[in-house]
Design a protein around this ligand. Structure first.
Ligand SMILES: [Ca+2]
Ligand SMILES: [Ca+2]
Ligand SMILES: [Ca+2]
Ligand SMILES: [Ca+2]
Length: 325
């Protein structure tokens, strides 16, 4: 397998030596088999394959907005967004594939919730699931392209993974509770997701094959929408534990302390690929940036307290993802 030929141009897969990789992974464990197979590298403790994000150029945001009358997907640098979908049905939950080569998203265009992929300019949409049951919240791996998603095909919400082309869907959870919003973490060695199996929404982690389940949060509030920050090696998530929905960061530690990153109502956090900032959805008038109190996408810097309104439109703007910057 040839690196230059078999990976998108913008994707830079690097090999690092053990000391750096041990720090980055925290555990020093070998990456799961799919990564080793995909890169034709013998998986051994002396070599790790890590995704190296693009940390140059303008921020490229992809998000959902109803600014043109119904839920569509938009993308681009702030101030220069273009619409990628144009369908009467709902199009939502977009996430970039590695290097911004494409967007994976959910759409109801064929009559029920299915998962699709399209090019970064909206061309060539392809349906990746095709079942009457609900298929939602896709999350593509930046290492392998494999897509985590939530499906109700087996009777209740469970976490599944499928190939980048929709092949080989495999169930990873099996619980009567609702299991939802999966995302890759720690270079694909772990998966984070939300579940109400204990009675209310909590954040869980598991290995990429569904083993070694760990309940990370334990709070009467609704804890949900986890994302992994590689820079922080922490989990960002939304919780209403303070009485209003805010964004928190916590370590990979069951029952670990969560630190609030926002002091205003916000949810749907997405960490920056290259620094400690994050995107959130907020309908608060933070710093006078959103006097209409509608849903906006804010760029938040918890270290400086500076915020920017990136969407800045009377429509409801939500579900951001980004790369670059
Ligand atoms: Ca639409
Ligand atoms: Ca379930
Ligand atoms: Ca909870
Ligand atoms: Ca708005």
């Amino acid at each position: 397998m040839n690196f230059n030929r078999d990976f998108p141009r913008h994707v830079r897969i690097i090999l690092t030596l053990l000391p750096l990789a041990t720090v980055a992974l925290g555990t020093g464990r070998c990456l799961p088999d799919p990564v080793c197979v995909a890169t034709d590298i013998t998986c051994n403790p002396a070599a790790f394959v890590l995704y190296q994000p693009v940390c140059a150029g303008e921020i490229q945001v992809v998000f959902r907005s109803n600014r043109d009358g119904n839920d569509e997907i938009y993308a681009g640098p702030p101030g220069d967004f273009r619409r990628l979908t144009d369908q009467a049905a709902t199009d939502s939950q977009p996430e970039w594939t590695a290097g911004g080569a494409g967007v994976v998203f959910m759409s109801q265009r064929d009559g029920n919730n299915e998962i699709y992929r399209m090019d970064a300019d909206g061309a060539n949409p392809v349906r990746l699931t095709n079942l009457p049951a609900l298929d939602i919240t896709p999350a593509p791996s930046l290492l392998t392209g494999r897509i985590l998603f939530t499906s109700q095909r087996d009777g209740n919400r469970e976490i599944y993974v499928m190939d980048a082309d929709g092949g080989n869907p495999t169930r990873l959870t099996n619980d009567a509770g609702d299991d939802d919003t999966p995302t890759w973490a720690q270079n694909d060695t772990r998966i984070l997701f939300t579940s109400n199996r204990s009675g209310n929404d909590e954040i869980y982690s598991m290995n990429s094959d569904g083993s070694e389940l760990v309940q990370l949060t334990d709070d009467p509030g609704s804890d949900k929408a986890p994302k992994w920050s590689a820079i922080r090696n922490q989990i960002l998530f939304s919780s209403n534990r303070s009485g209003t929905s805010q964004v928190y960061a916590m370590n990979f530690e069951a029952g670990g302390e969560a630190t609030a990153l926002t002091d205003f109502a916000a949810n749907q956090p997405v960490p920056a690929p290259c620094d400690r900032r994050l995107l959130v959805r907020s309908s608060a008038d933070v710093d006078g940036l959103n006097p209409d109190l509608d849903d906006e996408i804010l760029l938040v810097d918890p270290d400086t307290g500076e915020n920017q309104n990136l969407s800045n439109d009377p429509g409801a703007d939500a579900q951001p993802d980004w790369y670059g910057g």
